[in-house]
Structures are given as structure tokens and as C-alpha cells.
Write a protein that binds this ligand. Structure first.
Ligand code: NAD
Length: 465
């Protein structure tokens, strides 16, 4: 089964629990359109033909939204699957976006920064030329192999070619802060994983059923992939009291049942070029064997198809939080669910990035940092309130509470909006599953939730003739 079919198989499983017509379900499931590109870029003295894609899964809301991936493994099928996941994800966290995705079939490590800039700008030019990008059309963001650096080049290309578009910077999110980016976007997906983890371990009945205690404190965690998503997720989970016992990268993995300090491991990798041979930890080769090591929570945050029928029965984690898109195949999921593994699906668990991308897009349209206009007034109102409370009670409000109340910086507003989104989305899915136990698992409930939401939009809008 290819990746898009795998997503389709999760969709079909959930569709049985809806009452929509087969035509409407087919409309939601299929991709609207694909842009298949081959363009030349001068690399050194020679021309290289670059293969790239942008897929629009569902324009039931616009703009469409989805990252751009740079990887040698990029295929049309992969980009279609990732675009579809974006539509469901945006519906689950209640964002006004349809789903899209892009990919360039290159290994970015093989190119100089100048060459990467030429490839990125040419790709952006092609998207603009074919009407596949723009603040109200389709708004890309970083994904595997890309970061704020590529988003800056894309934003600049769009703004140069569209000087009259006053919302130009909103053509892409995940930009550097100095170019209209938003504080907290880089780490947003990892932080969203923390909020998802906190929610799932807070439910005592669910934890009892898994044989786990409530709360993150002391929970043993393994994270695969120390890129944008995995490194921040690992760091935040450690800060929240979890014990990071295993970390995996493509060159190998390390395990220490006493816990690994994430920042130290990242520094070690920076210094030595490898995660291996870190202090007293055990080296594990090949890297993916780490997934089978003992832990309470496993966070696959690298790529799709990491947990398959070949290793699913050996996975010991009680909870799997999908940081990556599509890390568990449908057949592997059947094995895991039969073992009572709790799986937080990608379409919910890694939605933190697109959530904060939404805040960035709003900020670009508003031309103002969140909190800037009201910050000083909010502070004086809080201080006045504290003063009244102290006068009426004759007691002092502790300074740390006052500080918390005064913090209306963009950073705090973004994180609080992100937390609210992740908490509410989890509760919606969990409640749907509680009301319909026949759905059996969180992924099915999440898909049902998304399908119903998208379907209701189609029903309200009708079909454009
Ligand atoms: P990234 O390029 O920043 O990092 C990925 C990391 O995984 C790299 O360090 C890479 O070396 C490592 N890796 C690759 N293959 C591996 C393997 N077999 N074992 C262990 N490590 C391996 O990418 P990212 O942005 O962190 O994205 C990771 C996943 O999360 C992707 O599936 C992506 O679609 C998904 N995702 C990303 C975001 C985001 O905001 N960046 C949001 C939602 C979902």
C-alpha cells in the first residue's frame, strides 16, 4: 500500500461511522489538483533538472495550507498523502484552511546554500506562475528538510513578483521573526506534542487502562528524529518531568534507562557530528531498533512508515504520539491496537505547527505583533486590580502571581493560544470516542471528527457549478 492509500484506508475505516453520501466522501478523500514540476537549475557549471510537486487536497476552505519538504524520497504519492493529512489536521484544530503540501526531490545536504536558494526561489516562482501560492490561495510552511531560511527566500520571491500585494508576507509562514515571522513558531509542533502528551496522561481512567500513573512526571520517553519536531518535543517533555531514555537519529540511536539530557545530547551531536557514544548511554544500531526498547511514551518524529508489520508487535510503548506524519502503517496499527496501545494520531498530535502558522498568517494580515496595542493597558489594569485586592484583604498578592498576570507578550499569547487549541481538540476527539466506543481508537475518532466538519462545509456551500 502506498502512503496516500494508507491515509485513504484510515479515512475509509472512519467513514463507516458517518452518514455522508458516497459522492461526498469521495470528494473529501481525493486530492483536488496537483502541480508536477520539472525545472532546470544551474548547479556548478551544469544544469540540473529538479523534480518538485505541490498538491492541493481540499479547497473547501481557502487559503490552503501545508509545508514544503526537501528529501530524496519525495514522490507525488507522498505529497498527496501529506496534503490530505493537512486537510484533516486543520479541521481538527479548527483552522480556516484547506490542506496542501509541497515537496522537492533533493537531498539538501548535497547542495551549497547558494544552490539551495536558487532551487527554492525557482520553485516559488513556479508556484506563483501556476497560481499555486499566495496569501489567499495557498500558504506553505517548513516541513522535513526546510526551515525559516527557505521560507524567507520564498516570501522574498513572492513579494518581489507581487509588489502591489499588501499582504505579501502572508504568502508563507514559519518565516524568521525579523521578516514577519512569529515568536514560538519554530518550536510550535514540539510544544504541541507536549500539550497533547499532558492531556492524554491527565485522564486517570485511560491511564489505569494502560497500567500507567497519571501525569508526565517520571514517564519514560523515546523520541525518533532530532530535527525541528523531535528535538523540541524531547526538550519540552524533559522539562515537564518526563525521563528521556532513548533518542534516535539516522546515524544511530542511544539509550540510557537513567535518562538523557536532551540539550547535552544535541550539543554532543553538534560537536562530534553524531548522536552515538554519548556519555554512558548504550549505542543502538541500526537506529530503528530503538523503537522496540522499553518506554512508556514513544514519539516517532522523523518520517512515515517507521512502525510497520515487521516491528509493531515488538513495540513496548503504551502510548505513541505521532510527531511525524504517517509513522504507523494501517496494518501495524491493527497490531498495536490489539495490544491496547494508545495512539495519538498525526492529524491531531503534530497540529501545533500549523496552529501557530495560523497565528503568524493573522499577524501578517494585521501588521502588528500580538499584544502590542493592549500590553501596557492590560498591565495597568492588572496592577490596579492587585492593588484593590490587597487593600480589601489586607494581604499581599505574591509577586510570582503578579508576574504571571502581567505577561501578555507575543510569546505567552502564542503559547496560550496553542495550548487552548491542543487541549480543546483532544477533548473533542476523546469525547467523540467516549460517546461512540464502537469507533475503538483515537485515530478513527479524529478522522470522523474531521470528515464531519469538512462535509458540513460542503453541504452548507453546495457545489460550484
Ligand atoms: P527535520 O528535517 O527538521 O528533522 C527530521 C529529523 O529526522 C532529521 O534530523 C533527520 O536526520 C532525522 N531522521 C531522518 N530519518 C531518520 C530515521 N530513520 N531515524 C531517526 N531519525 C531520522 O523535519 P521536521 O520538520 O522535524 O519533520 C519531521 C516529521 O514531522 C515529518 O514527518 C514532518 O512532516 C512532520 N511535521 C513537521 C512539522 C513542522 O512544523 N516542521 C509539523 C507537523 C509535522
Amino acid at each position: 500500500m502506498n502512503f496516500f492509500d494508507e491515509v485513504g484506508s484510515f479515512f475509509d475505516k472512519a467513514a463507516q461511522f458517518t452518514t455522508h453520501s458516497s459522492g461526498l466522501l469521495a470528494t473529501i478523500k481525493e486530492c483536488d489538483s496537483s502541480l508536477l514540476l520539472n525545472f532546470p537549475v544551474k548547479i556548478g557549471d551544469a544544469y540540473e533538472l529538479i523534480e518538485a510537486y505541490r498538491v492541493h487536497h481540499s479547497a473547501y476552505k481557502s487559503p490552503l495550507k501545508g509545508g514544503i519538504r526537501y528529501s530524496e524520497c519525495v514522490t507525488h504519492d507522498e505529497v498527496k498523502a501529506l496534503a490530505a493529512l493537512m486537510s484533516y489536521k486543520c479541521a481538527i484544530v479548527d483552522l480556516p484552511f484547506g490542506g496542501a503540501k509541497g515537496g522537492i526531490k533533493i537531498d539538501p545536504k548535497k547542495y551549497t546554500i547558494e544552490e539551495l536558494e536558487r532551487i527554492t526561489r525557482r520553485y516559488a516562482f513556479e508556484l506563483i506562475k501556476h497560481n499555486y501560492m499566495g496569501p489567499t490561495i495557498d500558504v506553505p510552511a517548513p516541513d522535513y528538510g526546510t526551515s525559516s531560511r527557505e521560507m524567507a527566500w520564498i516570501a522574498d520571491t513572492y513579494c518581489q513578483l507581487n509588489p502591489k500585494d499588501s499582504n505579501g508576507l502572508g504568502c508563507v509562514t514559519g518565516k524568521p521573526i525579523a521578516m514577519g515571522g512569529i515568536v514560538g513558531r519554530t518550536e510550535a509542533t514540539g510544544r504541541g506534542i507536549l500539550y497533547a502528551a499532558e492531556e492524554v496522561v491527565a485522564c486517570s481512567a485511560d491511564m489505569k487502562a494502560l497500567g500507567l500513573t497519571v501525569g508526565l512526571e517520571g514517564k519514560k520517553v523515546i523520541v525518533q528524529g532530532l530535527g525541528n519536531v523531535g528535538s523540541h518535543a524531547a526538550r519540552f517533555l524533559q522539562e515537564a518531568g518526563a525521563l528521556i531514555v532513548g533518542l534516535a537519529e539516522y546515524e544511530g540511536a542511544i539509550y540510557d534507562s537513567n535518562g538523557l539530557d536532551v540539550l547535552d545530547v544535541l550539543e554532543h551531536r553538534k560537536q562530534t557530528g553524531s548522536i552515538l557514544n554519548f556519555k554512558k548511554s548504550k549505542n543502538i544500531l541500526p537506529s530503528n531498533l530503538l523503537l522496540e526498547y522499553p518506554c512508556d511514551i514513544l514519539v516517532p518524529a522523523a518520517l512515515e512508515n517507521q512502525i510497520t508489520v515487521h516491528n509493531a508487535s515488538k513495540i513496548m510503548a503504551k502510548i505513541i504520539i505521532e510527531g511525524a506524519n504517517g509513522p504507523i502503517t494501517p496494518d501495524a496499527e491493527k497490531i498495536l491496537l490489539a495490544k491496547n496501545t494508545c495512539i495519538l494520531p498525526d492529524i491531531y498530535a503534530n497540529a501545533g505547527g500549523v496552529t501557530v502558522s495560523y497565528f503568524e498568517w493573522l499577524k501578517n494580515r494585521a501588521y502588528v505583533d500580538f499584544g502590542r496595542v493592549s500590553k501596557r493597558l492590560d498591565s495597568s489594569n492588572v496592577l490596579a486590580m492587585v492593588h484593590v485586592i490587597e487593600q480589601l484583604t489586607g494581604k499581599k498578592v505574591p509577586q510570582e502571581h503578579q508576574n504571571l498576570l502581567l505577561e501578555t507578550s507575543e510569546y505567552n499569547l502564542v503559547n496560550s493560544g496553542l495550548k487552548d487549541t491542543m487541549v480543546n481538540a483532544y477533548r473533542n476527539i476523546r469525547e467523540l470516542l467516549r460517546q461512540h466506543p464502537e469507533m475503538q481508537d483515537l485515530r478513527t475518532a479524529a478522522f470522523v471528527y474531521a470528515i464531519n466538519k469538512i462535509a458540513s462545509q460542503y453541504e452548507l456551500r453546495g457545489v460550484f457549478p
